[in-house]
Design a protein around this ligand. Structure first.
Ligand SMILES: Nc1ncnc2c1ncn2[C@@H]1O[C@H](COP(=O)(O)OP(=O)(O)OP(=O)(O)O)[C@@H](O)[C@H]1O
Ligand SMILES: [Mg+2]
Length: 251
């Protein structure tokens, strides 16, 4: 079986706002899947379903073939050590040093000795080319470096899947390039399955194996990047060519 995450017929509303209307989406093991769609179309809501931060009104969420839809918080801990979630806007703990930010999941989810924690954190910082920052605080760092600390924190538990919510938003071209390269490395070198929510089509065209487009509560199209790019569907075309303002999720 090649599917690692499956969303089956997900229906989700918030106080009469129907965000998912019978949505189906499969993430394949080892791929980079880009999830695109207009602002407010439900991209973040979908990611949150994948790790049980939202429960569907109906439908099912499967991880590695297991139905996790009704898992309680305790059962979800195991899932969340395997699926990391990089929040929109990074969200580091301002009052913790870089070291403690990255060590946090290890302290929460493992009983590793302090030496091993030290080793793992410093290795990860080095790997992401931010060695030497461990005693600094998030406010001491540039946006690009903060993003890399958030990356380090997301991968420190060696997850099988990482969900990235707008990882390049607000970064300059240099840092966008770095983030794209880092995601590619995680995927190619460590075999981590990546789901990337993004508005940054240029980066996605370079990075994604497949693209899924969310529109009006369902996946409008999903397929290999080149095929989606060549698709003759005005909604998809206008989005991909960058006139996403015209794609109104409510029209
Ligand atoms: N916890 C919540 N309570 C109520 N409404 C919510 C909640 N979370 C999301 N929504 C609504 O669901 C819809 C989809 O939101 P979501 O954040 O998933 O959009 P998005 O595609 O990620 O947008 P963006 O590109 O701006 O991040 C929006 O209308 C939003 O207001
Ligand atoms: Mg969002």
């Amino acid at each position: 079986m090649n599917d690692i995450i499956e969303l089956k017929n997900i229906v989700k509303s918030f106080e009469g706002n129907d965000v998912c209307k019978g949505l189906n989406l499969t993430v394949e093991k080892g791929e980079i899947l880009a999830l695109i769609g207009g602002s407010g179309s439900g991209k973040t809501v979908i990611l949150r379903h994948m790790i049980g931060l939202h429960k569907p009104d109906s439908g099912k969420v499967l991880f590695e073939g297991k139905d996790i839809t009704d898992y309680d918080e305790n059962e979800l801990i195991a899932v969340r050590t395997k699926i990391a979630y990089l929040f929109q806007n990074g969200a580091l703990f301002d009052s913790l040093s870089v070291f403690e930010n990255v060590a946090y999941p290890l302290r929460e989810h493992t009983k590793l000795p302090e030496e091993e924690i030290q080793k793992r954190v410093l290795e990860e910082l080095k790997h992401l080319k931010i060695e030497g920052t461990e005693d600094l605080y998030p406010s001491d760092l540039s946006g690009g470096m903060q993003r890399r600390v958030a990356f380090a924190r997301a991968i420190i538990l060696k997850p099988d899947v990482i969900l990235f919510d707008e990882p390049t938003t607000g970064l300059d071209p240099f840092n966008i390039h770095n983030v794209v390269e880092s995601i590619r490395d995680l995927n190619r070198e460590r075999g981590i399955t990546c789901v990337v929510v993004t508005h940054d089509m240029q980066s996605m065209m370079k990075l994604a194996d497949r693209i899924a487009m969310l529109h009006k509560g369902v996946i409008r199209t999903v397929g290999p990047t080149e095929e989606v790019r060549a698709l003759k569907d005005p909604v998809v075309e206008s989005f991909i060519t960058g006139i996403e303002a015209k794609v109104n999720t409510n029209d």
